[in-house]
Ligand binder design. Sequence first.
Ligand code: TXA
Ligand code: MG
Length: 341
Amino acid sequence: MPAATDREIAAAVTLLRAGELVAFPTETVYGLGADAANPAAVAKIFAAKGRPADHPLIVHLADSMALDAWARDVPQAARQLAAAFWPGPLTLILKRQPQVLAAVTGGQDTVGLRVPNHPVALALLRAFSAAQGVAAGLAAPSANRYGRISPTRASHVRAELGAQLQLVLDGGDCAVGIESTIVDFSAGKPRLLRPGAITADDIACVLGTTPQAESHALAETGNAVPRVAGSDKAHYAPLTPLRLVAGEQLQHAIDAALAAGQRVAVLARSNAAKITPHLHWHVAAPDAAAYAHDLYARLRELDARDDDLILVEMLPMTGEWLAVADRLQRAACGSGPDDET
Ligand code: TXA
Ligand code: MG
């Protein structure tokens, strides 16, 4: 695996302390990092991504000891999850300390915190804290243009944001491949805002109760401010139209598209029944972890082909498949050429 050198980590810290952006690998996806305590640096994240200003950012910490510098009234259950899963693909939404920048929280009274589990991310966060103070944190959304596919390789970041970045730390392929699970503790009982590799069952094993599901949590907020940008219906989206089709309807959908003269790419867990011209078939990984690991790189590859349509076999919206099924639904929703510009 390509690993950022000590010299690159030192260069990254210098850039971050000067208020610049640095892209870095985590175990989930690559992040676009800035000093979370520097408003001008945080503003550069929104400009680079083209992201609306009211979408809050996750603050990445070197370890859980920094948690209380960013959050207040931390419930015991949140500490239990941090102890069980950090470093790891879990973000906790907690009440914020007063000094946390409004640009980071999207003006909300809460802050998202996570300790990532990647050697390069941890080396960067530790070096940044050593230079800047123990509680220093990096605000970092996924390092993609707003609404587009999250990057799981350094080359994805360079292709999409390279012109705006002085440094992309390379940590190889992201092991998990989809964004962290988000659990919101700001209203007392834990609520699952974004499914991820850490499932509701994993959380229930630690807490003894299952967190309330995303759909309920979102319905309850009842206001226009998006609590979770990834919860926008359109997200993670390729420019080629992407349609989700139930396994038993897949052949019919392929035949119809081919008959209409379209070039079709298929992502399915089964093999192609027949190979025909204008049909490109990719066999997806059989288990959920491997599917997640490959998902975004595969969507980028399929999007880069000269096809008119991407057909993806629908996945179960349950258990360990929920997180990838959720990402695919949002990808389908936002796919197709941009309307504006
Ligand atoms: O795995 C991940 O979480 C990756 C890596 C880089 O750590 N980061 C990531 O960031 O996915 P982003 O910005 O693409 O998605 C973070 C999500 C957003 O949907 C944001 O709305 C939500 O976390 N979020 C952050 N702070 C929040 C808060 N205070 N309340 C509710 N949602 C929050
Ligand atoms: Mg994102």
